[in-house]
Design a protein around this ligand. Structure first.
Ligand code: SF4
Length: 363
């Protein structure tokens, strides 16, 4: 931990104050870490940088797993293979800021603002470009949700919805709760990881009034699970909010079985149930974070059976062109016949599992 930043963490400044002092230029970053300011500035002219002092205090070097997530890399500018919007979200946007891909749920981008501009972000094309989503844009989205009775779940995303002020968030939740067919509200956030000071009691109390509310929290490395992050998650869990963990498989960050196992166990300890492990999407400027699918499957094989099932997330790929998410599983079924199936367990041992036996007499 960087000593002069340690002090800021211990004194517990307000989250607005931390945000106002984020590191966002090469020179500022060079005061804390050995980077070339000019190179950083060249990269952030295309993809902005923002690192809150709390997260910066956890970084030991630009190349460590947390540094890689926060500090710009020149590889972002040389990536010519990946696409700006590989999941075709913009094509599945019937009104601004709303993605309607599946029949019963929508993704509602309520903010373009994040505490940190994660270098691997799947929405790199939008993050840091504009701060606010206007009320007029939001009202069109509420109208669309109201007019589509099949929508049962609204996922608030962005950007980070928890970067909105409590009043703005409350307005969104109030509007959604006025629509009778919206059963569940889900919030996707990275704030408990990058800016845990944002999770204050008034926020938790306000969210509690809109149950059922689920929150999925994005953590990628066990070192992100600090006592401060644990405290933020506890506040939300104590408000009766079910917490799920979302992580992205990232090269040089968590692409080995030990790190991933430690991350999943640490999440469960702070009451965040591992939910999804995403394979990194082919988003332009993030290609240097991508690993092979084989590596992802090997990691999943290393988790299953070796850790409690509660710790094991689903490994997901998002199909290009807007085809949606599908889970990937290591191959446990080795052969099938009418006599049963041959399966391999987590230790690599093979077993025969008998087929269902049909009785002639029937009942
Ligand atoms: S907090 Fe989430 S949306 Fe924001 S930059 Fe990081 S990964 Fe992207």
């Amino acid at each position: 931990m960087i000593p002069h930043l340690q002090m800021q963490v211990n004194h517990g400044p307000d989250w607005h104050e931390i945000l106002s002092r984020c590191v966002s230029t090469g020179n500022e970053l060079a005061e804390y870490l050995p980077v070339q300011a000019q190179t950083i500035d060249k990269i952030i002219a295309r993809y902005p940088m923002r690192i809150p002092s709390y997260y910066l205090s956890l970084i030991r070097s630009p190349d460590d797993p947390l540094g890689r997530q926060a500090i710009p890399s020149i590889a972002e500018l040389t990536d010519k293979i990946c696409h700006e919007d590989p999941l075709a979200e913009d094509e599945q946007t019937p009104v601004p800021c709303l993605v309607h891909r599946y029949p019963d749920r929508v993704l509602f981008w309520v903010s373009n603002r994040c505490a940190m501009h994660c270098r691997f972000c799947m929405r790199k094309r939008r993050i840091g470009t504009a701060d606010t989503v206007s009320e007029a844009v939001m009202d069109r989205a509420f109208g669309y949700i109201h007019d589509h009775a099949k929508i049962r779940e609204v996922v608030l995303s962005g950007g980070d919805p928890l970067l909105l002020e409590n009043d703005a968030l409350k307005r969104i939740l109030t509007m959604l709760r006025r629509i009778s067919h919206v059963e569940v509200i889900r919030i996707h956030t990275r704030a408990p990881c990058t800016l845990p000071q944002r999770i204050e009691r008034p926020l938790a109390e306000m969210l509690k009034a809109f149950h059922p509310v689920y929150i999925n929290i994005h953590f990628n490395h066990p070192d992100e699970i600090t006592p401060r992050a644990a405290q933020a998650c506890a506040l939300l869990a104590d408000a009766g909010i079910a917490l799920g963990g979302q992580s992205v498989l990232l090269k040089g960050v968590n692409d080995d079985p030990q790190t991933m196992g430690r991350l999943m166990r640490a999440l469960l300890r702070i009451r965040v149930k591992p939910y999804y492990l995403h394979h990194a999407d082919p988003v332009r400027g993030t290609g240097h974070f991508r690993t092979s699918i084989e590596k992802g499957l090997d990691i999943m094989r290393s988790l299953r059976g070796h850790l409690s099932g509660m710790c094991v997330p689903q490994y997901m790929i998002d199909l290009p062109g807007g085809g949606g998410k599908i889970p990937l599983l290591p191959e446990y079924v080795k052969a099938m016949s009418c006599g049963g199936i041959i399966v391999e367990n987590y230790q690599g041992r093979t077993y025969r599992y008998p087929a269902e036996v049909h009785s002639d007499s029937g009942t």
